[in-house]
Design a protein around this ligand. Sequence first.
Ligand SMILES: [Zn+2]
Length: 615
Amino acid sequence: MPPVDTFRPEKGRVVSRSDVPTRYKWDLTAICQTPAEWQAAYAQLDASIEAFKKYQGTLAQGGERLLSAFRSMDEMGALSYRVWYYASLQHDEDQRNNENNARRQQVQILFARQQQASSWFNPELLEIPLETVRLWLSQHAELAVYRFAIESLFHEQEHVLDAEGERLLSYAGRLNSVSYDSYSALTTADMRFPSITLADGDEVVLTYGQYRALLETNRHQADRATAYRAFHTIYADNQNTYASLYNGVLQRDWFHARARGYSSTLEAALHGNNIPTSVVENLIQVTRQGVEPLRRYHRLRRRTLGLDSYKLFDVFVPLVEHDARYPYDEVGEWIVQSVAPLGRDYQKQVRTAFEGGWIDVYENAGKRSGAYSAPVYGSHPYMLLNYNETLDAVFTLAHEMGHSIHTLLSHQAQPFVYAGYTIFVAEVPSTLSEALFLDFMLERAKTREERAVLLQHAIDSITSTFYTQVMFADFELQAHRLVEDDQPITADALNGIYSGLLRDYYGDVIDHEDLSRVTWARIPHFFSTPYYVYQYATCFASTARIMQDVRSTEAPARSAAVERYLALLRAGGSDYPMALLSRAGVDLSQPHTVSAVAAELDVLVARLERELGAA
Ligand SMILES: [Zn+2]
């Protein structure tokens, strides 16, 4: 007999939060027992922000004083996690609730004050000669905990200008976001979404969501073509404006790189994380050499879908119709079993996550959309889902669980100052968790259809998270280099780069469509955060590399790999990401690390060919 408080969502019906049984909702009392306790924590944070001011102008007094300032900062930091997440998670439960929203905004105001009250700290520390600070580090064992934090601050300092230079740069700061703000206005507030008529006579307004859904589900090629062309025409019609805005981004990046004495925009972007530019260059070069499995997949898709012409609007439709549902009450146990290769302790932690009120499972009226894992220091990670029983939803759960266990282990093992981790490693545990789950599901799948659906899911995540992101990084690098070489940036120039990329990556497996060359104009990341997306690809390659050893048939190699991997999770942000990854056996400057992805893709595509009887 199922438990009495079992609940499953009904398609198309959104329930109110009170209708969802408690065991499918997160339990925020692990952060604060009551709203009154939260008020008290808030007041305490407020007071410690005030108290922190007393350190200003005193850091040079010695190691003892510096240690005490660092500790106060840690206390403030740890407290901010609780104060922020209690308010913010509660807000996400039902964003229509004004009281929660007010509480959340109250914290944001406090954070702004905290920022102001501690903004003097780094500049003042940097005034002290590094040799002096190193001497203190050698004299105070407790201060030595902060060695990496201090050294990396001084590392960034290498490109900080004198006071006059920094003052001028700070004036330019206000111009930094103008291009992206304009892009944002043009693509949201001022956007006129086109309306199209489908083959069955239905009218559809092509918002971003509708457009995406149509390409993923509509089995009628003519409809997909209509949608694709209408959508890209908006960008083509304004391509000179988009090119001009992107030129603003490129010129800004080159201005800052030169002002701070970097030899290129790429070097400037990677310096903070201490990543050599060869990592991105290697990533692009090796991926370009490894496009054959990608093409093999698209040839298989063209054959399976039975299309005479195969275009970019045909790459998202599922190859197999499949409407299996995955009830939440069943998948929890599967996820626990799927991480068995990582050991019993790891499994136990995943079980605790399911049983301990860490997860907010179902959609309800007013709840925030999407999914995330929130790293609540001093409590435990929390996960927000909008679980709808699809295969995507199960993989999302596996993904967020990977983030959460990473957070848990890092918080347990590290002092506060290194408890957080950078994006450069963050997507390794999440994608690795998905990879383990895929292995588990393939093992237990009973029908060819089920296996084909799983394989396509895995392949699509490689093409979209790896190949597409590398292609984007390739685009960004080429565009920035035009500016660095004093070349003009026009719509023609950018269209030229993009069509060249499509040719280089896809060859002749995707038929030419003229409008595809303006695709760069609809990628918000290019305008908001240059040189960011490559990190999805490097994380993916790192995971592929680690999984090669985790799947090894030799027990000693396997357990050594698992140990190294768990050490990576426990290391948090205690060192530069390249150093952390290299201890986990991943060297991203090596071609074979990157080519692990192409090798994995080839295996998956070959398997899919067999399942579809197309080999
Ligand atoms: Zn993620």
